[in-house]
Design a protein around this ligand. Structure first.
Ligand SMILES: [Fe+2]
Ligand SMILES: [Fe+2]
Length: 285
């Protein structure tokens, strides 16, 4: 069994060059999201300069979801039709999928992104459903398990040990991570998110998405991500084979005042949005 010390692991994770910066489009979007006086047109310009993102935005804008028969040929028209937030979400998804497009070593990357996208879409729907004073649900959902990409890509041997241990000892992967590494994918995701200089609200939601009430920033956002993570597993196959799922925190459901009826009312919207996952992930996974 691998035995990496906390310090070695953190040091190794922090030295990974490819993880040092985020794609420019993503940075610009986060900047605008966190700065009320920033100019949203900067994001639009940034998107227009990226042919891959532009193509996906136009494809989505012309899809049945947004009303077929329309002939949307520019990012600005897409913004008018879909709303700026939606265009931003597409850009965020495409940039993160393309940034980590390398073939996976241990797990199914496509299923993994499907889970992250489902969590993002669910978190966004939840934040509206509960009138949360946050717009970070989508991006927090998208990035919540980013630590697992790091594990898969850069610590494949340890990751294999973790999966084997979860299977043989019939424990959640999360617990196996703790036993093998001394930390979880939440901690690793947090290191990376810190390196990317993401705002504390987001780094915190990534760190505590499995234990929302330990968080230091926003119980609401972290609970939204936690609940979205639980719900989204019904919409995507990632870790379907996980023998023992990580425990869900009922207090997060209570904090958001969510009963099963409210959750079910989101199912339609989430499934419809999931139909577009293939378009967004395209050749990246
Ligand atoms: Fe997780
Ligand atoms: Fe997750």
């Amino acid at each position: 069994m691998a035995a990496l010390s906390f310090a070695t692991l953190k040091q190794r994770a922090e030295k990974i060059k490819e993880l040092s910066t985020l794609p420019t489009v993503m940075l610009r979007i986060l900047e605008v999201m966190n700065n009320p006086v920033a100019d949203a047109r900067d994001v639009e310009r940034e998107i227009m300069e990226d042919p891959v993102i532009t193509a996906k935005v136009l494809k989505m804008a012309n899809s049945a979801f947004y009303g077929a028969n329309r002939d949307i040929s520019s990012v600005s028209q897409a913004v008018v039709l879909m709303g700026f937030a939606e265009v931003q979400n597409i850009a965020l998804s495409v940039s993160i999928f393309s940034r980590f497009a390398e073939p996976t070593k241990v797990f199914d990357r496509r299923q993994f992104w499907e889970h992250c996208f489902a969590t993002a879409v669910t978190a966004e729907a939840l934040q509206r459903r509960v009138n949360a004073q946050t717009n970070d649900g989508f991006v927090a959902g998208l990035l919540h398990d980013i630590g697992r990409v790091v594990l898969d890509q850069y610590f494949p041997n340890e990751f294999r040990d973790i999966i084997a241990m979860a299977e043989t000892q019939k424990i959640p992967l999360l617990d196996a991570e703790r036993k093998v590494l001394g930390v979880t994918h939440g901690d690793i995701g947090y290191w990376v998110a810190e390196k990317w200089r993401l705002p504390p609200l987001l780094t915190d939601a990534i760190l505590f998405h499995h234990s929302p009430f330990s968080c230091r920033e926003s119980y609401v956002l972290t609970s939204i991500v936690h609940v979205a993570d639980v719900i989204s597993k019904a919409f995507s196959g990632y870790m379907k084979d996980e023998i023992v799922p990580s425990p869900k925190d009922e207090s997060a459901f209570r904090l958001l005042n969510l009963d099963s009826e409210k959750v079910m009312s989101l199912a339609d919207l989430i499934s419809k949005k999931m139909e577009y996952f293939d378009t967004l992930v395209g050749s990246f996974a």
